[in-house]
Design a protein around this ligand. Sequence first.
Ligand SMILES: NC(=O)c1ccc[n+]([C@@H]2O[C@H](COP(=O)([O-])OP(=O)(O)OC[C@H]3O[C@@H](n4cnc5c(N)ncnc54)[C@H](OP(=O)(O)O)[C@@H]3O)[C@@H](O)[C@H]2O)c1
Length: 233
Amino acid sequence: MNTDARTIVVTGANKGIGFEVARQLATLKHNVVLGARDSAKGREAVDRLEGEGLDVHFLLMDVTDEASIKQAAHQVSVQFGKLDVLINNAAVLLREDQSLSEGTAEVIHKTMRTNVFGAVQMVRHFLPLISDGGRIINTSSAGGSMTDPVGGWSPVYCVSKSSLNAITRHLAYELSSRNISVNAYCPGWVKTDMGGESAPRSVAQGADTAVWLATAEMKETGKFFRDRKIIPW
Ligand SMILES: NC(=O)c1ccc[n+]([C@@H]2O[C@H](COP(=O)([O-])OP(=O)(O)OC[C@H]3O[C@@H](n4cnc5c(N)ncnc54)[C@H](OP(=O)(O)O)[C@@H]3O)[C@@H](O)[C@H]2O)c1
């Protein structure tokens, strides 16, 4: 038994890095709440982890649907009474995301609605449950860096992650009076449905910094991490 068990919500955790974050945190015996927007996929993911002897709780939640976020926050409040860590992991990278200056505006709307507004709405609705001293972890990307050279790939997605980074800094400032840390991390280029087969990193490597941010002693807030180290915005 982990006497220091934290209650941790991970969004978009039915596959990829989110699933692995949930797995690693459940292995450490935290109360892991696995969020997914699709009930069947979410329950299948929970079954897989339970098949490995891990205990996780399923939460149906589409981060673009405010009613579903509200319902999910209510469920966590009834079931656990509080939340220690929120990990905003859900995101999309659309195939049509080739240009900011051309193409349909729907790509921009959908990407920002999920990757940016979805994370902010999660914070707004779960904040009343987050204990003083709690943590918010935003899954970002080096693609959102304002100091690395612009990569020339998926520009809308990259801008969404720059926005998430800016949000991380502002929330860190706003929530400092409650000692809630807000940090962003880049998992690196990871082999998932989003990252593709050519990615050099495993999901275990990708998940490591999120798990560390969620569980290690943490004095930092408003920072951007990769491989457990602070990196420039
Ligand atoms: N893979 C990489 O190389 C890489 C690099 C840098 C950053 N990241 C970031 O790491 C995080 C995880 O990425 P990944 O590679 O694991 O991607 P992934 O395999 O495509 O998984 C994305 C997850 O987000 C969920 N999701 C998408 N829209 C959602 C919504 N509206 N509501 C709830 N869940 C939603 C997906 O659910 P469905 O299964 O229902 O679609 C899925 O569970 C993302 O924030 C991504 O931007 C990834």
